[in-house]
Design a protein around this ligand. Structure first.
Ligand code: ATP
Ligand code: MG
Length: 434
């Protein structure tokens, strides 16, 4: 017998036993009531017939007609009593039995619907009680019917074995409906692994490409030095300066690569602490006033703006944005650093310039590693590697924040970073506006 049938048969048995018990109790109660009524009827007769002599010892007899026919027996039943003086008194019970039978029949007819209602309620109750058992039984049955076909699993193993993460379109398709879910999961995993592999190889090739240029320049100047530099002071000075500059570029690039590689492997130390974002923006503003005399800096800060963050990292992100603003905007143009709370209660900082702007088609890519909207222009303007915004994004993501970029070609760019706000007890002094 199947598991579900077994549970159904248990339910049926429980319901039947309830019904039988209810019917038995109904009959018993009616029989007791009829017996009581009958006894009372006889006692009433005795008392009415004998009056004050009722307590006197008497003889009683219940006589019936033909015992083979129970209807005639009931009809002809006579109750006889003999009083103290020896006089017989009789009571014909035929009519009484008919009335009693009719009364009991009506009583049972009235009670039956209640029994049916109680039975229906009980069935529903048992159904609810046994539902978890039914579910378990159905699951057990399903499991017991699953056929384990070892061959199919071996085929799947072979198909997985033959997959290579290097072949982009590698997918398993065995056309087996039972293993479809597993196939899809493996295919999705392969897709993700392939994407990550592609990003890794692209990152490595972009990184090598970026390192090749300074190495070639250094090599070129070293050759020049070897051939002429010893005698020509000007060639010597020019070569040393170029080598120093390229070495700086290389060092910067290697540091950026290290930061991203550590970020990818979760090895960047991130130490969040309560800090005031407005104060941080003000510090950066003061630094840029000192180090960059070629632009006019402005500060707009409605401090304090309490947040929880890694101060060094946030400063680094702010420098990346400000460096870009300086790099991609003309001399003497205005660069505004600002800090304010937005309508959603988040703490936001933004850097705005009146520079070249970013073309619309480049906007979706500016946070990608090594992406440069205009490589020629960037190289000419300080030799950007296209890693700055990727690093800033990593930092902002780590703080559960987001970017909002607004840029128009020939007009300027405003990049805003919004971070979740956090109250802290010792409120620092408000940052000044300038
Ligand atoms: P790096 O910062 O690594 O030295 P980069 O500045 O070229 O190099 P990102 O900071 O990642 O790289 O910026 C990516 C690209 O986005 C830049 O090459 C530039 O084309 C564009 N960009 C970023 N900020 C601005 C800006 N304020 N104005 C105009 N273009 C910008
Ligand atoms: Mg940059």
């Amino acid at each position: 017998m199947t598991e579900t049938k077994r549970v159904r048969s248990i339910a049926r048995r429980v319901n039947h036993s309830f019904l039988l018990r209810a019917l038995f109790l109904l009959l018993l109660a009616n029989a007791m009531a009829a017996g009581l009524a009958f006894t009372l009827h006889l006692l009433t007769f005795e008392k009415a017939t004998l009056g004050p002599q009722w307590t006197v010892k008497m003889e009683r007899e219940l006589s019936a007609g033909d015992p083979a026919n129970w209807i005639s027996t009931l009809n002809s039943t006579i109750y006889t009593i003999v009083d103290g003086t020896g006089t017989e008194h009789t009571l014909a019970l035929g009519a009484y039995f008919r009335d009693l039978g009719a009364a009991v029949g009506t009583g049972i007819a009235v009670q039956i619907p209640f029994i049916i209602l109680a039975y229906v309620g009980f069935r529903r109750h048992t159904g609810n009680l046994l539902r978890p058992l039914r579910t378990m039984a159905a699951t057990a049955q399903e499991l017991s019917t699953i056929q384990f076909d070892e061959r199919k699993y071996h085929q799947l193993e072979d198909a997985i074995d033959s997959l290579s993460v290097q072949s982009p379109g590698a997918r398993i398709s065995m056309g087996n409906t039972e293993l479809m879910g597993l196939e899809t999961a493996v295919n999705n995993l392969i897709g993700r692994m392939h994407e990550s592999y592609r990003q890794q190889t692209r990152f490595v090739s972009d990184a090598s490409h970026e390192l090749r240029t300074p190495i070639a320049v250094i090599r070129g100047y070293a050759d020049l030095l070897a051939r002429w530099g010893k005698d020509d002071a000007q060639v010597m000075a020019e070569s040393v300066e170029a080598i120093q500059q390229e070495a700086d570029n290389m060092q910067r690039l290697v540091e950026q690569l290290l930061f991203l590689a550590r970020g990818d492997s979760g090895r960047n130390t991130f130490s969040p602490a309560p800090l005031d974002l407005a104060a941080l923006v003000q510090e950066a503003y003061e630094e840029y006033l000192l180090i960059d005399k070629t632009h006019r800096y402005r500060l707009k800060a409605d401090g304090p703006l309490p947040i929880s963050g890694d101060e060094a990292m946030l400063k680094q992100a702010l420098r990346i944005l400000t460096d870009n603003a300086a790099k991609y905007s003309p001399k003497d143009s205005i660069i505004t650093l600002s800090c304010q709370e937005n309508g959603k209660g988040e703490a936001c900082l933004s850097v705005q310039d009146n520079g070249a702007g970013i073309p619309g088609e480049d906007l979706p890519h500016i946070f990608e590693r090594f992406y440069r909207a205009d490589p020629a222009r960037a190289r000419g303007q300080g030799g950007g590697t296209g890693l700055g915004l990727a690093i800033a994004k990593w930092i902002v993501d780590r703080h559960n924040g987001y970017f909002d970029v607004f840029s128009r070609e020939g007009v300027g760019t405003r990049i805003t970073v919004c971070l979740p706000a956090k109250e802290f007890k010792d409120t620092p002094a408000p940052a000044a506006e300038s």
